[in-house]
Design a protein. Structure first.
Lengths: 47, 389
């Protein structure tokens, strides 16, 4: 897995903080948001 | 090719659409997605965000509730609401998606709104209804965030729908449910759009006293807006209906309904009819005082009622329309199975004669606690047997 050193990339911790996720939301909402963030990131690094 | 059970179920709806008495009363009972999730034993705070888990809950609920259509209505995508920071539809602390009474337009903005509703909604409207986005540039949100939130919203919808839509279709097929849709498009009464999406339920009622002409001008502009919404929807086809949920009339004085609400709504209805589309109107709350107006709706319109008196509705409207609703949802969540069966039979004696009724409760069960499975199953079984013509 590539380790990106750019502030464009959001870690899981960044996502949890940005959306104020609570514990119950980590199983399904976090993976859904992780996927979306990765999709957006893949666009941003190609601009 | 559709199998015989599906064909028979579709035929019930086709017969009513074409003015014939069906073999039996069609059953269109649905529960809210949140109710299905809780019936499965899942949590709105957890599994609601996974389309796969929501589909499991819908599959389970469909295995329990033998409506002629899939018994779970479609909900808002909760991941999308979180990504956008939506206020209009927002998640409560228990995860339930609520339609909030939000004001996204000030009372001194009527002129600007009326001149260009699309532009107003896409700029000030978006700014006020979504926390994470600005299209006016007047919020402290960077250009980067704006661009990425729009993209995220798009991906949120795509990711969810790619799983959910085919999964839901597979459940319809698995349980031999009718492929007949209750409706294929949604539009609103112009006054309701103003109340629901811009001024809020409470503020718009003040406006009709304080600035009546501005409200009338807005409603006139919204009439064209709703007509364009219908033009953008799925083309006219046999069995396809446009759905209108009527919210505000029952909170207004009859003379205000006649002035501000009904004429513009009827213009949209007449246009819908002219395009060849069917019409499905949901008269929320109690419409006993407005049934002379309801009677004006075109022949063949499907009308859902909540607290309206079914006998009075039929008396006023004759056999011009197909009715649905009326049945007290309370029967699903309290009382015994025997009482549920008895109440269902008495109810069918009132609404079924003439073949122009589809079975559904007055309100949709929203949460798991709204349904005792044995009761709803007994009610539906009774309609399947006692509701035969």
């Amino acid at each position: 897995m590539i380790e990106y050193k750019t502030k464009l990339y959001k870690t899981d911790e960044d996502i949890i903080k940005e959306y104020n996720l609570i514990e119950e939301e980590l199983d399904y909402l976090l993976p859904a948001l992780r996927k979306i963030e990765d999709q957006v990131f893949s666009i941003l690094i190609r601009l | 090719m559709e199998n015989i059970i599906v064909a028979e179920r579709n035929q019930l709806f086709l017969d009513q659409w074409e003015g014939r008495i069906p073999k039996r009363v069609p059953i269109t009972q649905q529960v809210d997605t949140a109710c299905a999730i809780e019936l499965k034993g899942y949590s709105l705070l957890r599994e609601q965000y996974s389309p796969e888990k929501v589909l499991e809950a819908i599959d389970y609920t469909t295995s329990l509730i033998d409506s002629d259509i899939i018994p779970v209505s479609i909900a808002q995508n909760p991941v999308y609401l979180r990504v956008m920071g939506s206020h209009k539809f927002s998640l409560g602390s228990d995860g339930y998606i609520q339609h909030a009474n939000i004001c996204s337009m000030r009372d001194d903005e009527y002129k600007e709104y009326t001149e260009d509703i699309y532009y107003f909604n896409a700029t000030k409207g978006v700014d006020r209804l979504y926390d994470n986005l600005t299209l006016t540039g007047n919020k402290e949100i960077s250009a980067m965030q704006n661009a990425t939130v729009l993209l995220k919203g798009l991906f949120a919808q795509q990711n969810y729908n790619q799983v959910f839509i085919p999964g839901r279709q597979a459940i319809i097929k698995k349980y031999n449910r009718s492929t007949w849709d209750l409706y294929n498009a949604i539009a609103c009464a112009p006054f309701d759009t103003l109340a629901d999406f811009n001024r809020s339920f409470t503020e718009v009622l003040k406006d009709i006293r304080r600035r009546p002409q501005e409200v009338l001008d807005a409603v006139e502009a919204l009439t064209e807006y709703e007509i364009q919404r219908i033009d953008r929807s799925t083309p006219a086809e046999k069995g396809k209906r446009v759905f209108f949920a009527l919210h505000m009339a029952t909170f207004m004085r009859p003379k205000d309904v006649e002035k501000f609400y009904w004429p513009s709504f009827m213009k949209v209805i007449e246009y819908t009819q002219k395009t060849g589309r069917g019409i499905y109107v949901f008269c929320e709350e109690n419409w006993n005082s407005f049934l002379d107006m309801v009677a004006e709706l075109p022949e063949g319109t499907l009308i859902r009622f909540e607290k309206t008196d079914p006998k009075l509705a039929r008396e006023k409207c004759g056999m011009k329309h197909i009715f649905t609703g009326f049945f007290p949802m309370e029967v699903y969540r309290s009382g015994t199975v025997e009482e549920a069966i008895e109440k269902t039979k008495k109810f069918l004696d009132i609404v079924a004669p003439g073949g122009k009724y589809q079975f559904m409760a007055d309100k949709s069960p929203l949460r798991g606690r709204d349904v005792i499975i044995e009761n709803i199953q007994a009610v539906i079984k009774t309609v399947q047997v006692y509701g035969v013509y």
